[in-house]
Design a protein around this ligand. Structure first.
Ligand code: FES
Length: 74
C-alpha cells in the first residue's frame, strides 16, 4: 500500500503538495504542471492571479492562516 499524499498547510500561505500530483478543474481537465516539478503550491488566500496555483500574493494581501493540527499525544 502506498503512502498517503501529504498536503502541507504553510503558515499564512498556500497548500503545498509534494510528489506526483494531477490538478484538475471542475470539468476534469488537467492544469499543466511543468515536467519534473515535484512541488505544487495551491492558493488558499484567493488572491492569486494564477489560481489554483499560488503566485505569492498571500504575502501582500494580509492573508492569515496558522491552523495547528491536534497533537496526537494529548
Ligand atoms: S496562497 Fe499564495 S497567492 Fe494565495
Amino acid at each position: 500500500m502506498s503512502e498517503p499524499l501529504e498536503i502541507r498547510c504553510r503558515e499564512n500561505g498556500p497548500y503545498v503538495i509534494k510528489g506526483p500530483v494531477r490538478i484538475v478543474d471542475h470539468l476534469g481537465n488537467a492544469f499543466p504542471i511543468p515536467p519534473g516539478k515535484e512541488t505544487v503550491a495551491l492558493c488558499r488566500c484567493g488572491h492569486s492571479k494564477n489560481r489554483p496555483f499560488c503566485d505569492g500574493s498571500h504575502k501582500t494581501c494580509g492573508f492569515q492562516a496558522a491552523e495547528i493540527a491536534p497533537n496526537p499525544a494529548s
